[in-house]
Write a protein that binds this ligand. Structure first.
Ligand SMILES: Cc1ncc(COP(=O)(O)O)c(C=O)c1O
Length: 376
């Protein structure tokens, strides 16, 4: 075996031994989807697909051919950015190929050496990785705990950036955003808000949490993603014109990558129009969430969430794998979230609710969860 193969194999074997080996698998179309982030069913909408197809038209280049600063820019990119800025009530918006890349772009470029990034301990990997790319000091604070944040703010050096999500991807709970913004202002800290799981599902026409609370002008940087409730792929950063000018000049994840293709730009354009015309989908989702929450009310193992992301804690990687396997055997596509993705002891089922989950499916799943909670 050559050196590289031996090195990789050893690390993979270690991982297998720890029970943490990851493998790619296909979705089983026979299982009921309680896993995907397609909360509003836009990814599976044939009407939206037809619209996108019509809107793209036949004569577009197959790719963007270069970065935005070289051959990849177009009036279509700028028109959609203008539309997104209007929706998200910001002066400006800038498209990115993914939320991961948008978060890297923001956090690698804004905080400088001598500054401090304070991030919620449950922040998504893309926010943590972005922070690691910056030269600033990084410190986490306890999840949604403003007392812990306040005490860390007292000792933080340089310009402080506070990094939070509007709805947390693993617990589905909401950031206490209004109070957090008050605290940030007291300390002249800049808030970076990731709206990945609120884009589309929260606020007027899907404009997210900050706009729904009227806080948009008090938050320095907002990131919206289109791969979840919008059913597509891609993301944008929303904020001031100066912020976008800065990113275009200083942010390597923006500068050194091929621009989004026009097909994708058109899809984003169509998806927000489609959502505006079908905004009742938000209410349908809320009703499905209420049905689920009411049905599992007594379960001690659940974490409290009013979003489409629900959880049931089953400590231990082996246990949670077994339980997820049992549920899959009963027809429910529910996946286990293992440690170290979540802290040890907080391994969980992550259950995503969708507009297209029927009441019967939801209650069927909750019955199974109750059986797990009190096995005979
Ligand atoms: C909170 C959060 N931010 C960012 C991302 C990354 O977004 P994308 O999938 O568009 O790269 C995710 C995706 O899981 C997420 O949950």
């Amino acid at each position: 075996m050559n050196t590289l193969e031996a090195l990789l194999k050893k690390r993979l074997d270690d991982r297998t031994e720890m029970g943490l080996l990851r493998t790619l698998r296909h979705n089983d179309p026979h299982l009921i989807d309680f896993t995907s982030n397609d909360y509003l069913g836009l990814a599976r909408s044939t009407t939206l697909a037809e619209r996108i197809h019509e809107h793209v038209g036949p004569s577009q280049p197959n790719g963007a051919t270069g970065s935005r600063l070289l051959s990849g820019n177009s009036p279509q990119h700028e028109a959609v950015e203008k539309k997104l800025a209007h929706l998200f009530k910001s002066e400006s918006a800038l498209l990115f190929g993914s939320g991961y890349n948008a978060n890297l772009a923001v956090l690698s470029a804004l905080p400088q050496r001598g500054d401090t990034i304070l991030y919620d301990e449950l922040s998504h990997a893309s926010l943590k990785d972005g922070a690691r790319l910056s030269l600033a000091k990084r410190l986490n604070f306890k999840h949604n705990d403003l007392h812990d944040l306040a005490s860390k703010l007292k000792h933080a050096q340089g310009q402080v950036f506070i990094v939070v999500e509007s709805i947390y991807s693993m617990d589905g709970d909401q950031c206490p955003l209004a109070e957090l913004v008050d605290l940030a202002e007291k300390h002249h800290a800049i808030v970076v808000l990731d709206e990945a799981h609120s884009t589309g599902v929260v606020g007027l026409d899907g404009s997210g949490l900050a706009v729904s609370l009227g806080l948009e002008d008090r938050i320095g940087v907002r990131v919206y993603t289109f791969g979840k409730a919008m059913g597509l792929h891609g993301a944008c950063v929303a904020g001031s014109k100066t912020l976008m000018h800065y990113i275009v000049n200083f942010s390597r994840p923006f500068i050194y990558t091929t621009a989004m293709p026009l097909q994708q730009v058109a899809a984003i354009d169509c998806a927000f129009d489609y959502l505006k015309e079908n905004i009742q989908l938000q209410q349908v989702l809320r009703e499905k969430i209420s049905l689920y929450v009411k049905a599992v009310e007594g379960l001690a193992e659940r974490t409290i969430s009013h979003s489409a992301i629900q959880t049931l804690i089953v400590p231990g990687n082996d246990n949670i794998r077994r339980v997820a396997g049992q549920l899959q055997g009963k027809g429910y596509d529910v996946r286990p979230i293992l440690s170290p993705t979540v802290p040890a002891g907080l391994e969980r089922l992550r259950i995503c609710l969708h507009t297209y989950n029927t009441g019967e499916q939801i209650l069927g799943l909750t019955e199974e969860l109750k059986k797990l909670s009190s096995p005979e």
